[in-house]
Design a protein around this ligand. Structure first.
Ligand code: RI2
Length: 320
């Protein structure tokens, strides 16, 4: 798929979910590299950088997206010629997509071990990797039951219940505001993540923080399933995760909003769950307490503080 087409589908959420948008961006960059006609290496690099920028700018919160773009684009500056640059992009994009699928499989196995026979699980939104844990537990023969939320305003819960239904998992569908009413029926909460910050806070679909708070108050454990590329390296240097605020039309029909001049519709798509509400983050590198997020950023993304210090030095030099 072309870069503009992929970008449009990510923006409109036809392609959605933090892992899926990351893979779609890698795929679009690979296809772009394969068809790009450039007169020389600088022209090729400039065109690739432009495409990378377009894709990275589509949705601001899921850090898997800029991380995937970073991984695919890394090393482009060391390419010998256009063909070397082209094959490098293709190799890294394919490598990212492959390892992303493997990560989901590994997390499914690790996460499923936290689910006991007879457990009732609550999940919020539609996370490919959180559902993979649940489905793996079901496949391994554990008797489980799920409560899935509706997920206003985009109803990602509909995708979740379809997936669980098709996998043969006994599922209850509830509105988001019913979580407190059922929390005493729940043994474990499992959600995905759009971003994990250096202090172990988890940015995920709006409502996740409320679910986490409710679970903590009821002493129900909460685990987050997140591939390592959902950890946010730039939070090391104090960068905050931008919370996407989407169109008010998703919440209230424009025709009705027009009749309410004193009402402002707010539509943040994500919220932040503090680390103290999270028992474990299950990654493909193993399960970690949220407080160990820095280690994942450093060891698995390879972007420790040094890389930023280097880039800061370069900036200082330019300023002088
Ligand atoms: P996976 C989604 O965002 C949800 O917040 C979900 O929990 C998260 O991405 C992770 O999804 P959106 O695209 O990568 O629905 O686990 O706004 O599928």
């Amino acid at each position: 798929m072309s870069v503009p087409e992929t970008a449009e589908k990510i923006k409109s959420m036809e392609i959605r979910g933090a892992g899926r948008i990351a893979r779609a961006a890698a795929e679009a960059l690979r296809d772009h590299a394969l068809t790009l006609k450039a007169k020389d290496l600088p022209a090729f690099t400039a065109a690739m950088e432009q495409a990378a920028g377009i894709l990275a700018d589509t949705r601001p919160t899921a850090v898997s997206l800029p991380n995937a773009v970073h991984i695919v684009m890394a090393g482009l500056d060391r390419a010998k010629d256009t063909e070397d640059a082209r094959s490098g992009v293709v190799r890294r994009a394919d490598g990212f997509i492959r390892s992303s699928h493997h990560a989901v499989e590994d997390i499914a196995r690790y996460g499923a071990r936290h689910i006991r026979d007879g457990d009732t699980i609550l999940t919020h939104c539609n996370s490919e990797v959180a559902l993979a844990c649940i489905i793996e537990a079901h496949r391994s023969g554990k008797e489980i039951e799920v409560f899935a939320t509706e997920v206003r305003p985009r109803n990602q819960g509909h995708i979740t219940i379809r997936t669980l239904n098709d996998a043969g998992v006994k599922t209850n569908f509830i509105v988001d505001s019913a979580v407190r009413s059922f929390i005493h029926d729940i043994d474990l909460v499992i959600v995905g993540a759009d971003a994990v910050t250096v202090n172990g806070a988890v940015v995920n679909k709006i409502g996740t923080a409320m679910v986490a708070h409710t679970a903590a108050e009821a002493r129900v454990n909460m685990i987050v399933a997140a591939e390592t590329y959902k950890f946010a390296p730039r939070t090391i240097i104090g960068e905050l995760i931008q919370i996407e605020e989407r169109s008010p039309d998703e919440v209230l029909p424009a025709a009705m909003a027009k009749t309410l001049p004193n009402v402002t519709v707010r539509n943040p798509a994500f919220d932040v769950t503090p680390p103290e509400y999270i028992d474990l983050i299950v990654t493909e590198a193993g399960a970690i307490p949220p407080q160990m997020a820095y280690v994942i950023i450093r060891e698995y993304l390879g972007w420790g503080i040094e890389e930023f210090q280097k880039s800061l030095e370069i900036n200082h030099r330019v300023e002088e």
